[in-house]
Ligand binder design. Structure first.
Ligand SMILES: Cc1cc2nc3c(=O)[nH]c(=O)nc-3n(C[C@H](O)[C@H](O)[C@H](O)COP(=O)(O)OP(=O)(O)OC[C@H]3O[C@@H](n4cnc5c(N)ncnc54)[C@H](O)[C@@H]3O)c2cc1C
Length: 432
């Protein structure tokens, strides 16, 4: 293990969240049990779809605020692998994804949440039911936090099955992230990594630039003749551009070749090349292609996305869809005014949504929101920076409070300590 990785793990406290979180055991419902146990609801029930940053917190806070409401959480995976810090794994600072992984047992036991490990394939807003593989489950109110899907149809030559195997996106953490890491390790010294950034909005605007930093750090240490070409569809770096430029000059001068306003229009996965709107074609030895994004597929299938065909418009007080009654959408999938698409925002939206659903189900007025988002990015093994934003509701819209928040003055070890501590806290809150 390198000294850098050892130091990082000490700072990060990599004691194995996954291990401690997996120590509880509670019987959960297989899809085949659903017909007998969940087909008919008695009393009031909220169904939550998606056990990620938004869904876990919404399920927990409804139970905490009104134990008289039954909560059913539906998620296909028995473990959730978080995306924050996954760039550090790509840079070689984490040996595997275990510190990003959590189970659900403790959350379910502690808050008496019913779990169905399955995917929702359809929603009937009239009958107020969701369909899983073997049955339908009814709800009084439904919360969707399904995360993102990709608008790959906008990229000529992109095959949804095969292209990600050759040009991984690694934008949903797990096997894709491991594949990208392996491709970086296997790349000969002197190779070129191409990283493409889609036009905003997409999941976590800071993350592509943090990823470029982490990959550059890895190349500098292990493949010093290599470089990374960062093709950004946006006019400039989306988050604290000056800090990133300063950090790259200091740490990775000559390694990161940043090119703005480079929209990707086609791929040839076999040749590992990407074609740009400008007419240029660029080949990489490793291509990390992050496609443009939209709300998770179930939200699209249920007719919850708006005129942009990408994101779900919601009442910005209750997160109830403006298109379908009794269905609330939180997290990356929704358009939440000024709030960015981040795990921190999904966490805050889940709490506000839960609070206001409990109010509505108890014939009370919903409350206005007040929330924050802090986006941390690492530039090196030891240094990070952050952007803090404060949000409030004004005229039924979520706005960024003027003259609040701000960007940290520089990259620092203190911000890196805050970042790792934020991550441990949020994962603990989601899993217990
Ligand atoms: C590289 C990277 C770095 C990031 N770093 C940060 C960071 O530092 N800070 C930060 O705040 N955010 C960060 N993010 C963003 C953060 O991961 C997302 O904003 C967050 O996960 C959104 O939460 P969500 O609940 O909307 O979706 P998710 O957390 O993705 O959860 C969605 C869940 O829904 C489930 N699901 C989907 N469809 C169905 C269905 N039909 N039926 C049942 N379940 C379903 C999925 O399996 C998944 O578990 C980062 C993202 C990336 C890619």
């Amino acid at each position: 293990m390198t000294t850098q990785r050892r130091n990082f793990l000490r700072l990060f406290g990599a004691s194995g969240l996954a291990t401690s979180m997996a120590s509880w055991s509670l019987p959960t419902l297989a899809a085949s049990d659903v017909a007998t146990t969940l087909a008919k609801s008695s009393g009031r029930r909220v169904v939550v779809v998606g056990g990620g940053f938004g869904g876990t917190i919404a399920a927990k806070f409804i139970r905490m605020q009104d134990p008289g409401i039954e909560v059913v959480l539906i998620e296909p995976n028995r473990q959730f692998v978080a995306s924050p810090m996954s760039n550090l794994y790509l840079g070689g600072l984490l040996p595997d994804l275990s510190t990003l992984t959590m189970g659900y047992d403790q959350l379910l036991a502690q808050h008496d949440i019913k779990m169905v490990y399955d995917s929702v394939t359809a929603i009937d807003p009239q009958k107020k039911t969701v369909t899983v593989s073997t049955d339908t489950i009814d709800y009084d109110r439904l919360i969707l936090s399904p995360g993102i899907d990709f608008r790959t149809e906008e990229i000529q030559g992109y095959d949804r099955q095969t292209t990600p195997e050759q040009m991984p996106h690694a934008w949903k953490t797990g096997a894709q992230t491991q594949l990208l890491r392996q491709q970086l390790v296997d790349m000969p010294d002197g190779g070129t990594v191409v990283l493409t950034v889609p036009a905003a909005p997409f999941r976590c605007h800071a993350a592509p630039y943090e990823r470029a930093s982490m990959i550059a750090m890895y190349l500098q240490q292990h493949k010093p003749k290599s470089k990374i070409v960062l093709l950004d569809a946006n006019p400039d770096i989306l988050v604290h551009a000056e800090l990133f430029k300063k950090g790259w000059k200091k740490h990775y001068d000559g390694i990161i070749d940043y090119r703005s306003a480079q929209k990707l229009i086609a791929v040839d996965a076999g040749k590992r090349s990407v074609a740009l709107q400008s007419g240029k074609e660029i080949r990489g030895d490793v291509v990390n292609l992050i496609p443009p994004q939209r709300a998770g597929q179930i939200a699209v299938a249920a007719g919850l996305v708006g005129r942009d065909k990408s994101w779900c418009p919601v009442n910005e007080l209750t997160f109830e869809s403006t298109l379908k009654k009794n269905i609330h959408v939180i997290g990356d999938a929704c358009s939440a005014g000024a709030m960015p698409k981040s795990g921190f925002s999904a966490n805050g939206q889940a709490k506000i949504c839960a609070h206001n659903i409990v109010a509505l189900m108890n014939d009370k007025e919903p409350s206005e929101i007040s929330g924050i988002d802090t986006a941390f990015s690492y530039v090196s093994a030891k240094e990070a920076a952050s952007v803090v934003s404060v949000f409030a509701t004004k005229d039924s819209k979520i706005i960024q409070v003027p003259n609040s928040g701000g960007v940290s003055p520089d990259w620092s070890e203190t911000e890196a300590a805050y970042a790792s501590s934020w991550f441990k806290n949020i994962l603990t809150e989601m899993s217990s």
